[in-house]
Design a protein around this ligand. Sequence first.
Ligand code: PHE
Length: 330
Amino acid sequence: MQDIIQQLQAEVDAFVISDAATREAFRLTFLSKKGSISVLFDDFKALPPDQKRSLGAPLNVLKKNAEEKWNSAEFSQAKSSASDIDLSRPSGFMPPGSIHPLNLVKHELIGVFQGLGFEVATGPEIETDWHNFTALNMPEDHPARDMQDTFFVQTDPAIVLRTHTSPVQIRTMLSQKPPIRIIAPGRVYRCDSDATHSPIFHQIEGLYIDKKVSFADLKQVLYYFVKEIFGDDVNIRFRPSFFPFTEPSAEMDIEWVKNGEKRWMEILGCGMVDPNVLLHCGIDPEEYTGFAFGLGVERICMLKYGISDIRLFLENDLRFLRQFATEKLV
Ligand code: PHE
C-alpha cells in the first residue's frame, strides 16, 4: 500500500487543473466516493492494526494534499482561462439590424432640403431660456410660453430641455451672416403624452434669410417638399396661425384617410421671421427678410407609413421595427 500511496501522490501532483471541468475531473478521480483515494481508505480499514499504524499518517497526508489542491483551484462556471478561448471560431449569426423609421424619414427630409441648398445645422438639447424663448420674441411671462409645456433643468437662471428646434435659428443667425439657408433636425421635449404626443419627439427646423425672401418662397419650398415625400397627389392646406417669432404665421396640414374618412393632420408651423427676432440676432430687418418653419418628424412618419400610435417609435418592439428592415439609408 505504501507504493500505491506514493504513486497516487505523484498523480495528484501531476494533475493540471485549468478550468471548472478539469477541477471536477480531479474530484471524480481522487476524492469522490469512488475516487482512488476514497477506495484506498476502504482498503485501509481492512488492514491489520500494525500496518494501520504505519500507513495511517501518509494516507492522511495524501488526502489532505488532494483536498487542498482541489480547494485552492477556484473556478466559477463563467470564468475561463485564456487557453479556452478559440479566437479562430466563427461567431454566432448577427442579424444586420435596420434603420429606425424616424431616421429613415429624417434622412429623406434632409435629402430633399439639401437639394434646395439648405445646410444641416445643430444645437444643444439643453438650452438657455434666452435661446428657447426670449430671443424668439417670447419674453418672460409671455402667454405663448404656456403652450410649450416645458421641462426645466433648473430655474434662476432658467435652463430648459428645448421645447422646439427654433433656438437653432437664433444660434445660426448669431454665428453666420446672411444669406442663411439651414435645416436643423433634432430631438425636442415637452411634458405631454398620449397616442399623438410624446414627451420626446423630433422636429426639423428650416430657416432662410436673404434679401427679398417672401411668403411665396416659403409656400413654394413647402409645396416642393410635400410632393417629394408624399407624391404629386397629396392635398395640403395652410391655416393662419400665431407664433411669436413669425409674422405672419401659418400651419400646414396634410390630408389623409382614416377608416375611409378624410382628415387633416397638422405637420408644421411656419411664417416670416419676425423683425424683432432678426434684431435680437443683429440682422437689419430693413435689409433682410426670411422665413422659418418647424415640422414634426413623427407626424410625417405616421402619415407616410400609416402608424397610428406615436408611442411605437420609442418602445423598441422588434415586430414594429423589423417592418422597416429592408429600407436603405438615403
Ligand atoms: N417652433 C414651432 C413649434 O414648435 C414651429 C415653428 C417653427 C413655427 C418655425 C414657425 C416657424 O411649434
